[in-house]
Design a protein around this ligand. Structure first.
Ligand code: HEM
Length: 492
């Protein structure tokens, strides 16, 4: 059915929402909101009208949901998988990569990429997590004098080194003094796009170009640097791989390389994949590698930074965590960490879970409905969200609500020892989203976080210093006060 404006209004009349004057809609609220106060204003709105609301802005219909039931139905659907147009800010960099694509392209790629994150591949990556964490610790040692500092940039460069080495098999030396032009471009471009994300008009490519021609030019140059670098790596690895396969004995020709001595990068798995019998082109692979580079460093940086800051403010949690780290990893700081060690860090799991509950790196995910969406709700009854509706699913709101988590502002890892995040409560805790478009790098992220946090906490005492975090909405969740803490080296 194609709905006119009036029938769209009727279709969602059962849902609560702020007063939306005809024609302009809730502009008064839009003007009041900005990335700094987004979470506060959001909380107030939820208090007034509940976790599920409809909002009109001009003729756009937004459904904003931090509601378990609605989120479960939308996220589980196999049909409503098209991303919200706001993601287009990233389009020139990430192209048709998994994060942005939809329809058949997304389906095919998702099928190919899922096995890329195979256990045996992740197992080898722990070596990379371990050795890059050592470099990070060396750099942090210079700041471990008991004075306050912002840990963000240290974590960010380590996460960048990690994702480059695992996704592409190359070292970009972001943590070394200068970094490579590629690493600098990824870092700067992520920062630029996050900044553009802060304002509605800068999200629009044309308005951005007209108002900031110089920055547009820098963005284009950085994107070119990144694309050229990625394409070169892909070509080189394709040649290496072809030679490797040629030199194999015929009976080994079809063997999966997973688990052999040479460490595979995510890219190598893509090079060996086929869609409908044909291999992926260099450009298609580039889009996926670029997507890993973006989605795989900014999210984990934010998650680790929030988590370290939270640990620094909770001495009892830190003591319990250190105890577990010593029990599982032993006292020898030179022994490399293995995936088996990481799987035994159970309290660490709760600490990370709690941190991702309060500070989900991706605070909001958005979809645009291409067809009508039928739902049934215990409070609002059965209904339809008409095609064209923009749905914003609030992960932050959901996980910080007192209905889902009593005393939600308290950092309490122990709550995850008793809560089952299996069925029933599955959709109250979704930092990696859920359903067909959930995070493909979830396991990767968890292993990386565990390794870095375990090694940092074993090496340094984290001290509650400086200003507390203040959440702001960015492409990923950030803190407007940074991630301030102190560090002091522990005795060997
Ligand atoms: C703590 C770290 C991370 C968090 C909290 C996180 C969270 C998420 C969320 C919420 C989504 C859904 C986005 C949406 O629907 O718009 C997503 C998608 C995705 N994530 Fe992550 N992520 C993390 C780390 C990673 C890492 C390390 C990688 C890659 C190595 C990765 C790769 C992806 C990709 C490719 C998608 C798109 C999947 C698709 O649409 O099919 N993520 N992530």
């Amino acid at each position: 059915i194609h709905y006119g404006q009036r029938s769209r209004r009727q279709a969602v009349a059962n849902l609560p929402g702020p007063y939306c004057p005809p024609l302009v809609g809730a502009l008064h609220i839009m003007f009041q909101m900005n990335p700094q106060n987004f979470f506060e204003v959001g909380r107030e709105q939820v208090k007034k009208m509940g976790a599920l609301q409809r909002v009109w802005v001009f003729n756009r219909l937004l459904v904003i949901s931090a509601d378990n039931e609605m989120n479960e139905q939308i996220l589980s659907s196999q049909e409503h998988l098209v991303k919200h147009p706001v993601y287009r800010v990233l389009g020139q960099w990430l192209g048709n990569g998994l994060l942005l694509s939809d329809g058949k392209v997304w389906h095919q790629r998702r099928k190919i990429i899922t096995p890329t994150f195979h256990f045996a591949i992740l197992e080898q990556f722990v070596e990379v997590f371990d050795s890059q964490s050592n470099t990070c610790i060396n750099r942090l040692s210079q700041r471990a004098n008991g004075e306050v500092f912002d840990v963000y940039s240290y974590i960010c460069l380590a996460a960048l080194d990690i994702i480059a080495e695992t996704a592409m098999g190359t070292k970009v030396d972001a943590q070394k003094n200068e970094g490579t032009p590629y690493a600098n471009a990824v870092n700067e471009c992520t920062a630029l796009m996050s900044w553009r994300f802060l304002s509605v008009y800068l999200q629009n490519e044309l308005l951005f170009t007209l108002t900031h021609p110089h920055l547009k030019w820098r963005q284009m140059r950085m994107i070119r640097t990144m694309h050229e670098y990625t394409i070169n790596v892909i070509k080189q690895r394709r040649t290496t791989l072809e030679e490797h396969l040629k030199n194999k004995r015929p009976e080994q020709a079809n063997e999966d390389d997973v688990g052999t001595k040479r460490r595979m990068a995510l890219l190598d798995v893509l090079l060996q994949s086929t869609v409908d019998g044909r291999p992926l082109s260099n450009d298609e692979i580039r889009e996926e590698v670029d997507t890993f580079m973006f989605e795989g460093h900014d999210t984990t940086t934010s998650a680790i930074s929030f988590c370290l800051t939270a640990i620094s403010r909770h001495p009892a949690v830190q003591a319990k965590l250190l105890n577990e780290i010593h029990e599982v990893l032993g006292q020898d700081r030179n022994r490399p960490i293995t995936i088996r060690d990481l799987n035994e860090l159970k309290y660490m799991e709760c600490v990370i879970k709690e941190s991702l509950r309060m500070y989900p790196s991706v605070p909001l995910v958005g979809r645009k409905l291409q067809t009508d969406f039928k739902y049934s709700h215990s409070k609002y009854g059965d209904g339809i969200l008409p095609a064209g509706t923009e749905v914003l699913l609030g992960i932050y709101g959901l996980q910080n609500s007192s209905e889902n988590f009593p005393d939600p502002d308290r950092f309490m890892p122990e709550r995850h020892e008793s809560i089952s995040t299996d069925r029933g409560s599955a959709f109250t805790y979704i930092p990696f989203s859920a359903g067909p478009r959930n995070c493909i790098g979830q396991k990767f992220a968890q292993l990386e976080m565990k390794t870095m946090i375990a090694k940092i906490v074993r090496e340094f005492e984290l001290l509650p210093m400086g200003e507390p975090v203040k959440c702001i909405l960015n492409i990923v969740l950030r803190s407007s006060t940074g991630f301030q803490l102190g560090m002091r080296k522990r005795n060997a």
